[in-house]
Design a protein around this ligand. Sequence first.
Ligand code: ADP
Ligand code: MG
Length: 557
Amino acid sequence: ETHKETLGFQAEVKQLLDLMIHSLYSNKEIFLRELISNASDAIDRLRFDALSDASLYEHDTDFKIRVSFDKDARTITVADNGIGMNREEAVEHLGTIAKSGTREFFQALTGDQQKDANLIGQFGVGFYSSFVVADRVTVLTRHAGLKPGHGVRWESNGQGEYSIENIEKPSRGTEVILHLREDEDELLNGYRLRSIIRKYSDHITLPIVMKSEEKDKEDEWEVVNTASALWTRSRNEISEEEYNEFYKHISHDFSDPLAYTHSRMEGTQEYTLLLYVPSQAPFDLYTREVHHGVKLYVRRVFIMDDAEKLMPRYLRFIRGVIDSNDLPLNVSREILQQNRMIDAIRSNSTKKVLSLFTDMARNSPEKYATFWQEFGRVIKEGLLEDHNNRDTLAKLLRFATSTSGSETQNVSLEEYVGRMKEGQDKIYYIVADSYAAAKDSPLLEIFKKKGIEVLLLSDPVDHLALPELREFDGKQLQSVSKGEVDLSKLEDEQEKEEQQKSADEAKDLLERLKQVLGEEVKDVRTTNRLTTSPACLVVDEYGIDPSLKRLLQSAGQ
Ligand code: ADP
Ligand code: MG
């Protein structure tokens, strides 16, 4: 098939293009970052695929990203000698959005330009950001290993359609040519483009080259960026800004990270890790598929993205790079599944990340509050998933409580234990469907009366996660809606006598109630846990919590 055809963009692409042109205008120079990032990804992919098929190199291993401009034609071109695309791939990658999380992204859009701009950033602006500065974009590309006649020319004005045809393209890889909009001439300037590249793309590990600005050297290409892998440099040589820009590059995030940890591990095996905590939870944190995530490199060669094996599931929001010196270069997904080195890397990296959190909690309480608000619910999944680190995780937990007076989760178990009443030997909690339901539960009456603090839990994960914790600092965790709550150590003799007396008086009533309710209940008994409400429902020690029961029912269990 060599003929030229005109095809329509997927509806979502049209919507995204409109949004981008309007909401990214104030930040328009990032188009260059996006195109360079794609070129860099394409070269990484070529190197990876060539590990198993060296013919893909086509005798050209001088990897480069070329940026050039033409004042007369009013174009900017970004060219790479990466993997390239065939016709089908061009249609699929440049005409549709195939990312996971696309549906969630469109559902999350609000119509508020500022908020949506943020979301677009999180989603990844990508190739389509070209249309912020260009009113026509031409892509010339050929997939590595195909004959020169299998080149592809893709072109669009970003108005809903694009054309595609086959062309001759001797060199493999991709050239993206931007035909600038009317008033974008300021971009046709070598110094301006260099400064954008240094600002956003300095950390790209491949050389980004531009034609020299010097007289008589106009035909020489010179390297614009530092072109060394950021994580291989030592910490004190890297500025905060460089760390931040690198984060934005690998995470496709618009905002600076909240925190990061960078270290070289030596010992039985050597590897470097540079891991970041985003400042905002991604909108698809709870949908199943995990993307971006932590990238695995072996001796600076990119191996794979979303290497799930490198981080436990509950840390799926962590972004960054792990570069091993010891893994084989041809490491495959299968090898990753059962490799002792990988297990060790994962377990150490997990510890590093957890100590980063611990450190934040201790030294930057404000950051930690943001962290907990964004990621607290996923951290609680760790109680179920990561038994080895349960004690560390327990210290990271934050709660709203019956005495903290607000919905904000900011009380740690250590604080709770520190202010336990004399004679109180358990940590009490209640799990309900909402904060309000937990706070106003009649089950708390007796605790309020006695001035005992109760943890108020209302995240869906709490139903399973909290019981899993069982104890903290030698004190058992006890749900107030389960079984007998024994507060007898906190009562004086007189209270006990009164309770006995009222229990005796109620005997006949209890018998009647049991008869009337019959099979509906397991037991009817008096309680000292209520002060103003006449009665409440509880489950026995091994029963299912009522709100968990509702959760399971709503999930069709
Ligand atoms: P992302 O980079 O997040 O996947 P983009 O919108 O930037 O999203 O790019 C979409 C897709 O187009 C890429 O995933 C890739 O498959 C393809 N693509 C874009 N630029 C290039 C390029 N220079 N070489 C090869 N493929 C590319
Ligand atoms: Mg991209």
